[in-house]
Design a protein around this ligand. Structure first.
Ligand code: C5P
Length: 237
């Protein structure tokens, strides 16, 4: 389960990140850098995580014209990111060009290509929020599945989605398509701004390949204990 838990380092305080990574070093394999962690650590994060035996998920959710995203993804690949995401709503061409760019960069650097993921719909958005924000009458799950299918066709390895959508995505995209789920809340944690959530055990039972956990770990009084409890819950499931 260690290989399936991704801890979101959602802070721009380099000392906090150092402390968190040292505290969780033996327990956690994957760390996720969003914009905050990335602004604190920069490109030096990649060799640093690697030296410590960790894998890095660059969660910068690229969303731009194909040429720009291709360059962003190529650059992150060259520096050694192990997982990179982009908004699937950025379009088929954007995702396809990004995949080609990652292939090229990995080939040139003689390193494995990172896992490429499409973000479907943010887990902080619920059905009403989706319809209001997107001016759509479509059912949220249908939109998520459509974006997942587009991501697959464009050559991405999987998607970021809510655990509540795993079953529908699996049906449409098959078993080899990765599903990474944030929106994870153990019974003992606060929900915060997340809306489409489940517990770690439920996400694993539903078939998530990886789960992403931020605040329930990094804001816990004892992050190591919180991580242990989440891993135990995942194992039991
Ligand atoms: O603190 P929490 O566990 O809610 O953190 C979830 C992490 O996953 C955050 O870093 C957030 O940016 C990210 N994320 C998400 N929903 C998505 C994609 C990424 O919550 N659809």
């Amino acid at each position: 389960m260690r290989d399936r838990l991704i801890v979101a380092l959602d802070t721009d305080d380099g000392e906090d990140i150092d402390w968190m990574c040292a505290t969780l070093a033996e327990t956690v394999r994957w760390f996720k850098m969003g914009f905050q962690a990335f602004s604190a650590l920069g490109m030096e994060a990649f060799p640093w995580f690697k030296q410590n035996g960790h894998k890095t998920f660059v969660d910068l959710k690229f969303h731009d014209i194909p040429n720009t995203v291709a360059r962003d993804v190529g650059m992150m690949t060259k520096h050694g990111a192990n997982m990179i995401n982009m908004h699937a709503s950025g379009g088929f061409e954007m995702m396809q060009t990004a995949r080609n760019s990652a292939d090229d960069a990995a080939y040139k650097a003689n390193i494995p290509r990172p896992i490429l993921l499409g973000v479907t719909l943010l887990t902080s958005i619920d059905e009403t929020g989706f319809q209001q924000n997107f001016g759509s009458e479509r059912q949220l799950t249908k939109q998520v599945v459509y974006l997942a299918q587009q991501a697959k066709k464009a050559g991405l390895d999987g998607v970021v989605a809510s655990p509540l959508e795993i079953e529908s995505i699996r049906k449409a995209c098959g078993d080899n398509f990765l599903i990474v789920t944030p929106g994870i809340r153990p019974e003992w944690a606060e929900t915060g701004d997340q809306r489409r959530i489940t517990t770690p055990a439920e996400a694993i039972r539903r078939g998530a390949d990886y789960i992403v956990v931020g605040r329930p770990i990094i804001e816990a009084d004892d992050p190591l204990e919180a991580t242990g409890m989440i891993l135990d819950e995942m194992r039991e499931a």
